[in-house]
Design a protein around this ligand. Structure first.
Ligand SMILES: CC(C)(COP(=O)(O)OP(=O)(O)OC[C@H]1O[C@@H](n2cnc3c(N)ncnc32)[C@H](O)[C@@H]1OP(=O)(O)O)[C@@H](O)C(=O)NCCC(=O)NCCS
Length: 185
């Protein structure tokens, strides 16, 4: 992945039209980020090895949800338009939770880490949530992982942890910590 120190990273929302009309190149770019994260040991629903076809199928499903306006997809990209990070806001929830959304699949390519990309994505999550009139956000992450500090810095409150909730990509059990954030919309 070509990332230069001088690159300006911008975060943008993928529109429903773009998700419909440009699904193939978007899925390819997002698969690159997902596979890199899983190969780097991130517990984000997938096990190793992660075949490219499986990663592509996952992103095509996400893009279908975006096209139906059931999910918000944010991407972080370089000046040259290369996608290096992403996060989602799942907005289609049960009828009794119209004010709530789940945040999922916060992923930053290893070559682009530790320069504030995830923090930028989280700020954009708050903005997108307000646009969608969502005032209660929930997410979960690996207990003791790097992302816990990220969410705490961005004002998320830890609720508690469930031991042995999921597996790491290599098959080891890991705990999961649940976080929430209340927004004024
Ligand atoms: C967790 C993850 C999203 C963080 O992405 P990131 O873009 O590196 O995050 P940030 O750059 O905002 O912050 C990471 C660190 O870099 C530091 N940092 C941010 N900007 C920096 C800069 N310009 N110079 C130096 N350090 C910087 C932050 O303070 C933070 O430090 P810490 O880890 O010691 O607390 C990324 O590691 C990742 O994709 N991991 C795999 C997938 C995953 O686990 N996702 C979470 C699922 S819930």
């Amino acid at each position: 992945m070509n990332i230069h120190a001088t690159d300006t990273i911008t975060v943008r929302r993928v529109s429903a039209g773009e998700a419909r009309e440009h699904a193939a190149p978007l899925a390819e770019a997002l698969a690159d980020v997902l596979i890199d994260c899983v190969e780097g040991g991130a517990s984000v629903s997938f096990m190793l090895p992660l075949p490219r076809a499986r990663a592509l199928a996952f992103w095509h499903g996400v893009l279908e949800d975006v096209a139906r306006q059931e999910r918000v997809l944010l991407v972080a990209q370089t000046t040259a338009g290369c996608i290096i990070g992403t996060v989602q806001l799942i907005t289609a929830l049960p009828d009794n939770q119209p004010h709530r959304a789940d945040v999922a699949k916060m992923l930053v390519h290893r070559d682009a880490r530790r320069r504030g990309v995830a923090a930028q994505l989280l700020a954009a999550v708050d903005q997108a949530a307000r646009e969608e009139a969502k005032s209660v956000l929930v997410l979960d992450t690996v207990t003791g992982g790097d992302a816990e500090r990220l969410y705490q810095r961005a004002g998320w409150q830890a609720v508690g942890s469930v031991p042995n909730y999921a597996l790491m990509p290599d098959g080891a059990y890991c705990g999961t910590t649940f976080f929430h954030k209340q927004l004024a919309v």
